[in-house]
Design a protein around this ligand. Structure first.
Ligand SMILES: C[S@@+](CC[C@H](N)C(=O)[O-])C[C@H]1O[C@@H](n2cnc3c(N)ncnc32)[C@H](O)[C@@H]1O
Length: 225
């Protein structure tokens, strides 16, 4: 019989913790309109992951809580996460969104338009994240959402520290590493990279972190003032 190994990071269950069904409830609590549903269907057609409704609603919440005016998104996809972010940002806010694939951004541009956002609300930059990020201004952003190449997470979080204003928020999607984050047997490159990023943020003096378990897991951190 195979031996199953678990790493218990904290108490498995204690009085007052949420019931196990809380995650599905959080996902169904967030609802999407037809534009978001279309963007999600287009992502599916392309075989492209996108944020879950629950995770999207957290993005909107954090953008709204920080009255975000300037946001950077790494990984535009078909615009699912972008619409959630824009809906939380200030009405005059600008979403700078970066993707290496023109085709994804062509779809996203249309989605943003269909969702009712003026072209001035988005700055859609085509290119590899690590080539584009050095061109963005220091301390000029309220929120940065990282959702692209896992192997570049560490470099993107490093760039985020430079780009965010004090009190700005970093969100990295995929903190659960597809359910492998706490499995010591999982040693593939993506899982190792995510583990290193999560650990580095937790141990850094620069960040106040928390993992929000919505969707694929959102590693969130506020840049210390
Ligand atoms: C998971 S999808 C983004 C989904 C989107 N955030 C959403 O929820 O709707 C990842 C995107 O990152 C892009 N990408 C992958 N590697 C990249 C890189 N090095 N720089 C910029 N974009 C990259 C892919 O083309 C893809 O569109």
């Amino acid at each position: 019989m195979p031996v199953r190994r678990f790493v218990i990071i904290g108490p498995a269950r204690s009085f007052g913790q949420p019931a196990p069904q809380s995650t599905p409830f959080a996902e169904t609590y967030a609802t999407e309109d037809p534009v978001q549903q279309t963007a999600r269907a287009l992502a599916h057609e392309l075989g492209l992951p996108c944020v879950s409704p629950g995770a999207g609603s957290v993005l909107r919440l954090l953008a709204a809580a920080g009255s975000a005016k300037a946001v950077v998104e790494i990984g535009t996809g078909t615009g699912v996460s972008g619409v959630w972010l824009l809906r939380g940002m200030r009405p005059d806010g600008v979403l700078t969104t970066i993707d290496v694939e023109h085709e994804h951004q062509r779809i996203a541009r249309r989605v943003f338009q269909e969702a009712g956002f003026a072209p001035s609300r988005t700055r859609i930059i085509s290119g590899r994240a690590l080539d584009v990020l050095p061109r963005l201004a220091d301390g000029a952003y309220d929120l940065i959402f990282v959702d692209a190449d896992t192997t570049e997470f560490a470099a993107c979080t490093e760039a985020a520290l430079r780009l965010l204003r004090p009190g700005g928020v970093l969100i990295v999607n995929g903190a659960h590493a597809n359910g492998r984050i706490s499995d010591p047997a999982a040693r593939d490159v993506d899982t190792l990279t995510i583990r290193e990023t999560v650990k580095a943020i937790r141990e850094s003096e620069d960040w106040i972190p928390a993992v929000i378990p919505s969707g694929a897991g959102l590693l969130t951190a506020v840049k210390r003032s």
